[in-house]
Design a protein around this ligand. Structure first.
Ligand SMILES: [Zn+2]
Length: 464
């Protein structure tokens, strides 16, 4: 028996319904389709939140992001990352993520090695940082430095040539480290981000309706970006033609990431470590393509934003479809279970290998109130007054938005969540409202207890 490696592959903005194995009409994911045949295929998996930093808080630490008064970054010491657990159990932990998921925000905690920040990320995060970064950011906005950089990188490299895609670059960076550590157990996490907008898929992965012209792709990306900056839901000004074009660009990026996953797997097979490893593939959240008159991600809790693929493959794992709803908060306990490791008390999810399934999954999101800087790292403080909570079962979706009307959808007759029946079905609405209010109350009490515990600990540290 070889080493029991854990390989976690996550894909930006990957909607379940845009994978070909879930019935999408375009052949976006041939690799995932063949993996799905050999995996536990969770057909109703949901990310906790539609926004990267919140989603990964749940996916890496099995805690709800709005706990602890909505302070999500850095992943605090009371949120224990699965990477830390594996590290403590002798695993070599290696990550290649990026964007939010960087050392500044502590998403690399528990990893022996991780990516350094690239210049694009540094520029983007600059506005969240110190005074000089702020100055730098203002200048870069004024002189369009990030645009120039983006143009250069996409036009000269990525758009023209898949071999220079970020996804392949991540494969190339992780493989030498894998080769160096073949004699020990490894936890590999790659977050493929090419499928995050703006989308400039490589030429070989264009779908019909996608222009192979960089300028046209750029134009449609810019058009959407302008709309987002204004962000007036219901007033976004995308024509049907533009929507089709941008969707095709998105699908092309998914096809590229799928190919990168294929190549990684081939390399791992050549090294002889694939068959004995556990492979987990999912998306961090989805993306809205005007289904609810809005575009992008990070605000709403509709299925296009939270329904993601989830495949688990490995030794002794049977291949079958599981249709009950599951949450990405269940991934860390599942990894603990796969390796027979102790599950920390802080994990709030359940192992997906158990037959006991959830009746429904909780969804959460909040907007950013401010960013704080501390010695531990950057913190994003969420505005809980502007939060959204959801609960989704196989039949219903309930959404509670602070200060706004409640929403309830019957997913059997209205899969696209277009007809709000909260007023028509008060008995169901009240039942779900109670479940969600209990969840909020639980989070409040939990956070309060944590606050008191923190105060006691700091007093003890000071010797009082
Ligand atoms: Zn994301």
């Amino acid at each position: 028996m070889g080493n029991r490696n854990i390989i976690l592959l996550t894909v930006e903005c990957l909607r379940s319904d845009h994978t070909s194995y879930s019935g999408y009409q375009k052949e976006t994911t041939p690799t995932l389709s063949s993996l799905a045949e050999e995996s536990l295929n969770f057909t109703n998996a949901f990310s906790v939140s539609p926004w990267t930093p919140l989603s990964f808080t749940a996916t890496l630490t099995s805690t709800y992001p709005l706990l602890f008064d909505g302070v999500v970054n850095p992943i605090q010491k009371n949120r224990i990352s699965i990477a830390k657990i594996l590290q403590e159990n002798g695993y070599k932990t290696i990550s290649l993520a990026g964007g939010w998921l960087n050392p500044l925000y502590n998403y690399t905690r528990g990893f022996d090695s991780h990516n350094k920040m690239d210049i694009a990320t540094a520029l983007r995060l600059a506005k969240y940082s110190s005074f000089w970064f702020l100055v730098f950011n203002r200048l870069s906005e004024k002189f369009k430095l990030t645009d120039i950089y983006r143009d250069k990188i996409y036009r000269k490299a990525r758009y023209q040539d898949f071999e220079n895609s970020q996804s392949l670059l991540k494969n190339r960076r992780i493989l030498p480290q894998v080769k160096k550590n073949l004699d020990q157990n490894m936890f590999l996490w790659i977050h493929y981000s090419d499928s995050h907008p703006p989308w400039y898929p490589a030429k070989e992965f264009h779908f019909p309706n996608t222009s192979s012209n960089y300028e046209e792709a750029r134009e449609v990306n810019e058009r959407v970006r302008e709309n987002i900056l204004e962000r007036k839901p219901g007033e976004l000004n995308l024509s049907e033609d533009e929507l089709q074009k941008i969707t095709a660009l998105y699908d092309g990026e998914i096809r590229g990431v799928d190919e990168a996953i294929n190549r990684l797997i081939e390399e791992l097979k050549d090294l002889g470590i694939f068959e004995d490893s556990y492979l987990i593939i999912t998306g961090d959240h989805g993306i809205e393509l005007m289904e609810h008159d809005d575009w992008g991600h990070g605000i709403n809790l509709y299925d296009e934003l939270v329904h993601v693929p989830l495949l688990i493959r490995g030794p002794d794992i049977e291949s079958k479809k599981i249709d009950e709803p599951v949450s990405l908060i269940d991934i860390p306990p599942t990894i603990s279970d796969l390796l027979n490791l102790r599950k920390p008390k802080s994990f709030m999810g359940d192992s997906l290998l158990k037959n006991k399934r959830r009746k429904g999954v909780f969804l959460e999101n909040a907007q950013e109130k401010r960013k704080d800087f501390s010695r531990e790292g950057r913190k994003v403080v969420l505005d809980l007054e502007k939060s959204k909570y959801g609960y989704r079962t196989d039949k219903y979706k309930y959404i509670l938005t602070r200060g706004e009307e409640e929403e309830l959808y019957n997913l059997e007759s209205d899969q696209k969540e277009q007809e709000n029946i909260a007023d028509e079905r008060p008995e169901i609405r009240n039942r779900f409202r109670k479940i969600v209010l209990n969840h909020i109350e639980f989070e409040k009490e939990f956070s309060e207890k944590n606050r008191i515990k923190g105060k006691v600990e700091s007093l003890q540290e000071k010797g009082i």
